[in-house]
Structure formats: structure tokens, C-alpha cells
Design a protein around this ligand. Structure first.
Ligand SMILES: Nc1ncnc2c1ncn2[C@@H]1O[C@H](COP(=O)(O)OP(=O)(O)OP(=O)(O)O)[C@@H](O)[C@H]1O
Ligand SMILES: [Mg+2]
Length: 249
């Protein structure tokens, strides 16, 4: 049975989408069958893979109008696209019975098809994120090493604890990792130490360094391994994938 993982942090711009794209590609490179779900109305994951006018999106799935129809990108890597229409979904579904479980229901037949299903969450803690947290086995939290990061983490932990109590007993935070890391900055090193005292072994050894190739790759519709295989970005995401695989064993 595959693992469903939400990549979540309500803070914007911390590297959620970049991580979904490149962890997804890295795991597919290692031989795993991977599905990436774009659950963000900004549709950055969808655009990162150069999908411009998808025939089918997660919006129709959440509205109950369609089953999940993954789009194949490479061998072993499929994507469920998003669209700006999704921004209306939270309102449209707000009075629907069982609204927190719609994604869980839609994924039920796919859990056996993939080794990993990664969900790219929007930068908010509304109904879309709740749907991701209700269906996932694990949560990965990417964050930037600044002082407020610890405060943000406390908020996500509070939300996840509530979800665990009320909607999804199996949910666990398993990986917390730092993105856009600069080891020359004392602040970055200090914040990392603080996060480690709080999350201990959940903090990944791998730190994703600041690397311009990671920002450039989506403009070509490519992941980092295809865009710049010798970059530090490719090295870091490959190492992060190895950690993820080792933790799964
Ligand atoms: N390690 C990195 N080095 C350099 N640039 C990065 C790195 N990681 C992400 N970026 C860039 O930072 C910006 C924000 O990253 P990304 O879109 O992945 O964050 P996000 O958390 O998904 O944002 P949002 O909350 O808006 O969905 C993007 O322009 C991305 O290309
Ligand atoms: Mg994003």
C-alpha cells in the first residue's frame, strides 16, 4: 500500500511546491511509482510541469463531477492538475456533509497503484489543507530558517493534533526540513538548532541549499534532475529522497 504524504506549511513561499516537484521526481528516478496532487489554486505544481490547459483537474474531483484522472509526465510519475477555479471550492463545499473526506474518498482506489502520493498544499489551513491532512499518512513540513519559523511550526502542530483527534488517527509529522538554507548565516544555523530541540529525529539531515537552478527549472517545465543534474539543488533533493526511502524501510 502506498504512502500518502501532505507537504504542508501555511506560510507562503517556503518551498512546498519545489519540494513536491523534486522529491516526486527523485523518488520516480529511484524506481518508485509516484502521483503528485496539486491542491493549490495557484496551480504552481501544474505549471512547474508545463501543463497549461489540463482536461481534468482536482476541482472537478472535489466537486464530485469526476474521478481522479492523473496526467502522465514521465515514466512512473503522474500529476493531478489544479486550476484557479479551485479557489472557489472552499466556499462551494462549505455546507457539504463529509466535506473533510472528499479527497480521501477520491484516493481510495489509487493507494494501491502508487508507492508514494504527494499532495502539494496551499499556503493556508482551510478546507483544502484539511482534506489533505484527513487523507494522508504522513506530513512533511518544509520551512525557511528564520525566527518566525518556530512560531509557524507551533501552529501547524496544533492543527495536526486536532486532525489526529477528530479526523485522522494515523497522521504523523515525519519529516521537517529546511529549504533555501545558507550555512554561512549564523541565523540559519541557530534556527536549525532550535527546530531540532523541538522536533528531534523528525528533522532531516539534508538541508536544501539556496540554489538558483531550483528557481529556474520550473520556467522550463522541468524538475531539477532534468534541468541541472549537477547542481547543488539536484544533489540536495537526491539526498533528501534517500533519507525518505530509508525512513520508509
Ligand atoms: N532551495 C531553493 N533555492 C532557491 N530558490 C528556491 C528554493 N526553493 C524554492 N525556491 C524558490 O522560492 C519560491 C517559493 O518556492 P515554492 O513555490 O516552492 O514555495 P511554496 O511554499 O510552494 O509557495 P506557496 O506557499 O506560494 O505555494 C519559488 O520562486 C521557488 O522557485
Ligand atoms: Mg506552492
Amino acid at each position: 500500500m502506498g504512502k500518502v504524504i501532505s507537504i504542508s506549511n501555511h506560510k507562503g513561499g517556503v518551498g512546498k511546491t519545489t519540494s513536491v516537484v523534486n522529491i516526486g521526481a527523485g523518488l520516480a528516478n529511484q524506481g518508485y511509482k509516484v502521483l503528485l496532487i496539486d491542491l493549490d489554486p495557484q496551480a504552481n505544481l501544474t505549471l512547474s510541469y508545463g501543463i497549461n490547459k489540463p482536461d481534468s483537474t482536482i476541482y472537478e474531483v472535489l466537486k464530485g463531477e469526476s474521478a481522479i484522472l492523473p496526467i502522465n509526465i514521465y515514466e512512473r510519475l503522474d500529476v493531478v492538475a489544479s486550476t484557479l477555479d479551485l479557489s472557489g471550492a472552499e466556499m462551494e463545499l462549505s455546507s457539504e456533509a463529509g466535506r473533510e473526506f472528499i479527497l480521501d474518498e477520491a484516493l481510495s482506489n489509487l493507494r494501491d497503484v502508487y508507492d508514494f502520493i504527494l499532495i502539494d498544499c496551499p499556503p493556508s489551513l482551510g478546507l483544502l489543507t484539511t482534506n489533505a491532512l484527513t487523507t494522508c499518512d504522513e506530513v512533511f513540513i518544509p520551512l525557511q530558517a528564520h525566527y518566525l519559523a518556530v512560531k509557524e511550526l507551533a501552529k501547524i502542530v496544533e492543527v495536526i493534533n486536532k486532525i489526529k483527534k477528530r479526523l485522522n488517527k494515523k497522521i504523523e509529522i515525519t519529516c521537517v526540513f529546511v529549504t533555501q538554507f545558507d550555512k554561512r548565516k549564523i541565523l540559519h544555523r541557530d534556527v536549525l538548532e532550535t527546530i531540532k530541540t523541538y522536533f528531534q529525529e523528525k528533522v532531516c539531515e539534508t538541508k536544501i541549499r539556496d540554489n538558483i537552478s531550483l528557481a529556474e527549472a520550473p520556467t522550463r517545465g522541468l524538475d531539477i534532475f532534468r534541468y541541472s543534474p549537477s547542481s547543488t539543488g539536484a544533489e540536495d533533493y537526491e539526498n533528501l529522497c534517500k533519507e525518505i526511502i530509508n525512513r520508509k524501510k
